[in-house]
Design a protein around this ligand. Structure first.
Ligand SMILES: Cc1cc2nc3c(=O)[nH]c(=O)nc-3n(C[C@H](O)[C@H](O)[C@H](O)COP(=O)(O)OP(=O)(O)OC[C@H]3O[C@@H](n4cnc5c(N)ncnc54)[C@H](O)[C@@H]3O)c2cc1C
Length: 403
């Protein structure tokens, strides 16, 4: 993330990315604290789980050497069974955080684990010191510095295509913005089916797009601590669960006890003396979409209550220090980020090829963003953005050369 931001954003942004030191796991199978990097995982696998040096190094070598062009038939489950047969505790430690982070599960291709592992679990966990508002301000400055016009609150409702070539976008106030290329950062499926329109594509491509599964979604509970109150340091990130074993289905269910707490101490927001806690769970859109307004309100209240109840185990008395509690659900993510079924982690693996093939169908139409699990999360989306931006640049230089 630091390298990506330094190269493509600014030194200032890169410098604000800091490592979190204490990542905790607490579940019926184990309780431990880690710095979440290959070195520390090696120590834990050896000392805590009794795995041999040979197996550990062979496993890490295999996952870090995986790449997109490898055999994609092996599943994540098979990968773990090959190296750690029957060890669902080991699998839980190495896989549960990835499932939280991008919704992947044991039946996904092993390659998705390998690539995400390299992005997410090999060197530790990082956050942006200063908060999102500061980051967005710095990104805005970097963009304006490069001569970019930024149009906020411009909802695109149509990509205008003439003769299989993207020529403009229409925004909801009716304004048409003409252009030589369109790069959509909206959900892949809405880009194809709604913004562009199936009639512009080969049937074979639409058939492929119809097979793309969107990823699951999330719930979050935001807890604000009263001004003047403090909480003890209990680690930066806590993966807690009461489930006997790691089970991706349990993780997504509405009654899950598996959640990640992110603790924001004042040091993460220099200049502020406030504490905030955010709890994240995986979630299925279908479990939330059909609720009536009253049921939805109750379900959100239950989610907040279950979260605070769980948090009290780690921070006794915290309930009395909270003065703001708010929940977001898959419906919230769909409403604000406009992702199909609130799937802000993008699509399953098969989405990547469809995203990459878009400009082969419609000249000048590109897609980027969280896609295919591999390109998911902030870093995955940023790196995929770089790849696609390069393609757009090549297309535009070619187009200019022809003119
Ligand atoms: C609860 C939760 C926790 C997460 N935690 C982490 C984490 O800790 N680390 C991590 O790396 N990743 C995390 N992620 C994932 C990360 O947020 C996503 O992978 C990333 O934001 C995806 O980027 P994107 O560009 O694909 O989509 P988005 O960030 O959703 O951006 C798409 C943007 O396009 C806009 N848009 C959509 N349609 C239109 C339209 N028609 N016209 C105009 N604008 C439009 C949307 O409003 C949105 O702003 C988390 C996600 C969730 C939901």
């Amino acid at each position: 993330m630091i390298k990506t931001c330094r190269k493509y954003w600014s030194e200032e942004i890169a410098r604000s990315i800091i490592q979190l030191r204490e990542i905790r796991f607490d579940n019926p199978q184990f309780s431990l604290t880690t710095t979440f990097d290959t070195e520390d995982f090696t120590r834990i696998l050896k000392e805590r789980f009794g795995i041999s040096d040979e197996t550990i190094s062979s496993f890490f070598q295999t996952v870090s050497n995986m790449n997109f062009f490898d055999d994609q038939t092996m599943t994540v489950r098979e990968l773990f069974e090959r190296y750690f047969p029957g060890r669902d505790d080991v699998m839980r430690m190495l896989m549960e955080p990835i499932t939280y982070a991008n919704g992947s599960d044991l039946d996904d291709p092993a390659i998705t684990y390998g690539i995400v592992f390299s992005n997410f679990m090999s060197k530790g966990v990082f956050t942006f010191q200063g908060g999102t508002d500061q980051l967005i301000g710095q990104m805005r400055a970097a963009l304006e510095n490069s001569g970019v016009d930024i149009g906020l609150k411009c909802l695109v409702d149509k990509i205008i295509i003439n003769d299989r070539k993207a020529v403009a976008v229409r925004i909801t106030n009716g304004q048409i913005i003409r252009c030589k290329a369109v790069l959509s950062n909206a959900n892949l499926l809405s880009t194809i089916h709604e913004l562009a329109g199936d009639e512009h594509f080969d049937q074979e491509f639409i058939d492929q797009a119809n097979k793309v599964r969107v990823n699951n979604s999330s719930c979050q509970v935001y807890l604000g601590i009263k001004k003047g109150e403090t909480i003890d340091y209990v680690g930066d990130l806590l993966f807690t669960s009461e489930a006997a074993k790691f089970d991706p289905n349990e993780l997504r269910s509405r009654g899950t006890t598996s959640r990640t707490f992110s603790f924001y101490y004042p040091s993460i927001r220099p200049g502020s003396d406030r504490f905030t806690i955010v709890a994240s769970t995986n979630a299925r859109y279908d479990d939330w979409v059909a609720l009536s307004p009253a049921e939805y309100r109750t379900a959100k209240e239950e989610l907040i209550e279950a979260t605070i109840h769980c948090l009290e185990k780690y921070l006794p008395g915290v309930r009395d220090k909270i003065d703001h509690a708010e929940a977001a659900t898959p419906r919230t993510f769909q409403r604000y980020a406009l992702h199909v079924k609130g799937a802000s982690f993008g699509t399953k693996f098969e989405g990547l090829k469809v995203s990459l093939d878009l400009p082969k169908q419609i000249k000048g139409l590109f897609h980027t963003g969280s896609v295919g699990i591999i390109m998911s999360g902030w870093l995955g989306a940023a790196n995929y953005g770089v790849i696609v931006a390069h393609e757009v640049d090549r297309y535009l230089s070619g187009a200019q050369a022809v003119r």
